[in-house]
Ligand binder design. Structure first.
Ligand code: FES
Ligand code: FES
Length: 167
């Protein structure tokens, strides 16, 4: 609903499990909302032109480049960012796999890679290398190289499947 006094729109979203309704300007990008409004700065902005994928988050479970979408387009959705994945003392299997497989160096791209991997593995915990590379298309890592990243995603899928069997 639009507030005619300031052109803002009331938007209800659930971010990392917390539902909130806010009055937001119509031109606010999801990346800006997460980083500047909620201070969830784990979502990185590397280009702002839909090239790098560092800003990728989950919207209703799908990987979305948050610099490409306006918050007012997302009423009623569920957003997950890297901050919601795990905790330092209880890493998500994807985070654990990236740590074990040395799949990051500077870490700038990593939040986007992790969220993209989660979306991919939720659909199929055992993708082939080719499917992983296709799934990560649109994510640019400037320093690690993709071999370790693909190995980490494979390892993460095994971890997620094992966790589901236990759970
Ligand atoms: S900051 Fe969104 S794709 Fe690069
Ligand atoms: S780890 Fe440095 S850009 Fe990917």
């Amino acid at each position: 609903m639009m507030d005619p006094s300031n052109n803002h729109h009331a938007v209800t979203l659930t971010v990392n499990g917390q539902t909130r309704t806010e009055s937001l300007p119509p031109n606010l990008l999801l990346s800006e909302y997460l980083r500047d409004h909620l201070r969830l700065t784990g979502t990185h902005v590397g280009c702002d032109t839909s090239q790098c994928g560092a800003c990728t988050v989950l919207v209703d479970g799908a990987a979305v480049k948050s610099c490409t979408v306006l918050v007012v387009q997302l009423p009623g959705t569920t957003i997950e960012t890297v901050e919601g994945l795990g905790r330092p003392d209880q890493l998500h299997p994807v985070q654990e796999a990236f740590r074990e497989a040395h799949a990051l160096q500077c870490g700038f791209c990593t939040p986007g890679v992790l969220m993209t991997a989660v979306a991919l593995l939720n659909g199929d915990p055992h993708p082939t290398d080719a499917e992983i590379r296709r799934g990560l298309d649109g994510i640019i890592c400037r320093c690690t190289g993709y071999e370790n990243i693909v190995a980490a995603v494979t390892r993460a899928g095994n971890g997620m499947a094992a966790a589901q069997e236990v759970g």
